[in-house]
Design a protein. Structure first.
Length: 409
């Protein structure tokens, strides 16, 4: 420290020495300034300011005692505490000459004062099902720093220990403004924490959900239709597709007292348009049942037929068009001459099969682990249906891959 200096200056030949610290993050800082030459009288006088605030002057010692392995404030260095710096501001240091006529600065240290200083992204506006990612930063001389979320964080929101916030709002969070509070904690002996809050505003959400059913060919079936909306609606329309041509004679029956009209219209042989109107002075809002959609099942093969709303449209109570519409898919299990199998794996790794077929028919349940070998199928059970389906428990899985089929003996 005393053998070489960052700067030395003889005040007899010019002005004082000026040092500027720029590009600082907004916050409060403690500034340590070291300055003493290798003679007793080679002390320094420091004056510090930030923007228009002057934090006064301090000096190192003029006299003996400076040459010591134990450094003390006011002897080998001076300290300016809690220096507040706003965005874009500069810390200005004037090094004035001491008793020897020399202005000496031998070193400089700067620390954020107090708890961690947190820097976060700006407030966000997102849509439902759109992931928002915000990287938060914090500074402290007592690192590393870990991040956590306050208890008011919305369901599903997370933050990594290094400050990456992530959240994908669902339809239930539509039309809300969520205040997210982030805490940063340093690693000092007595950890210090600081927090900051930003807002995530989620756009409106209208979600149409179609239910499910199962039925034999040649019969009629119905599925429920439900709505969840975060804004009041005065009308609603959507399309269901029937690409396999399994269905005919579509119709919709309203089961909500505020609905004034509900119609089904064939757009083409494979698409049906459903339109619902609301009584004057009323609106659809929140979670509600709209009614049921029924159709005839034409003769044909067995199939799992999806029912996914598409080409959706709606108007809000102020007559503005709704832009954020989502569809939840239902299905119809069409039971023809062939059996259908549906496999599932429970949380305890227990395998379950659902067999769909015709009542009174006997089915052999076969299994294999190798589809390339046609002779490897073995019988694992026999079922005679008393209804249109039966759930079969197979116990724990013993093979990483296993295939099943049901056939009539």
């Amino acid at each position: 420290m005393y053998a070489s200096y960052l700067f030395t200056y003889n005040a007899n030949y010019g002005n004082d020495l000026n040092v500027a610290i720029t590009n600082l993050i907004e916050g409060a800082y403690d500034v340590y300034l070291y300055g003493h030459g290798n003679e007793d009288n080679q002390n320094s006088v420091f004056e510090l300011s930030a923007s228009s605030v002057n934090y006064g002057g301090e000096a190192t010692t003029n006299g003996s005692g400076w040459l010591s392995p134990v450094w003390q404030e006011g002897v080998q260095y001076v300290e300016f505490t809690n220096v507040v710096v706003l965005t874009g501001q500069t810390i200005n240091i004037i090094v004035e000459s001491g008793a020897s006529g020399y202005a000496v600065i031998s070193g400089l240290q700067i620390y954020t004062a107090g708890p961690p200083l947190i820097i976060s992204g700006s407030n966000q506006i997102v849509n439902v099902n759109q992931q928002v990612i915000i990287t938060n930063y914090a500074y402290s001389p007592h690192g590393p720093i870990s991040f956590t979320l306050a208890s008011n964080a919305p369901v599903g929101a997370t933050i990594s220990t290094n400050g990456v916030f992530s959240w994908t709002p669902t339809c239930a969070e539509g039309s809300t403004t969520n205040l997210i509070t982030v805490w940063a904690t340093d690693s000092s002996t007595l950890p210090l924490s600081n927090s900051m809050t930003f807002a995530v505003t989620v756009g409106e959400c209208v979600e149409i959900s179609i239910g499910s059913s199962y039925q034999q060919v040649g019969q009629s079936t119905c599925v429920p239709v439900n709505l969840f909306t975060t804004i009041p609606l005065t009308n609603l329309n959507f399309t269901l597709a029937d690409p396999s041509g399994h269905f005919d004679n579509w119709n919709i029956t309203a089961e909500n007292s505020v609905i004034s009209s509900a119609t089904a219209q064939m757009i083409d042989p494979l698409h049906e348009l459903f339109t619902l109107g609301v009584q004057s002075g009323h609106a659809l809002q929140g979670s509600t049942s709209l009614g049921t959609i029924c159709m005839d099942i034409l003769p044909g093969p067995s199939a799992f037929e999806p029912l996914l709303p598409s080409n959706m449209g709606a108007a809000a109570s102020d007559n503005s068009p709704v832009t954020n519409l989502f569809g939840q898919m239902g299905r119809v299990v069409v039971i023809g001459p062939q059996s259908l199998l549906e496999a599932s794996l429970n949380t305890n790794a227990s395998r379950t099969l659902t067999l769909y077929g015709n009542p009174g028919v006997n089915y052999d349940l076969l299994s294999t682990t190798n589809l390339t070998d046609g002779s490897s199928w073995t019988t694992v059970g026999n079922v005679t249906l008393t209804d249109l389906f039966e759930v079969i428990s197979l116990g724990g899985a013993t093979n990483p891959m296993q295939f099943f089929k049901a056939v009539q003996p």
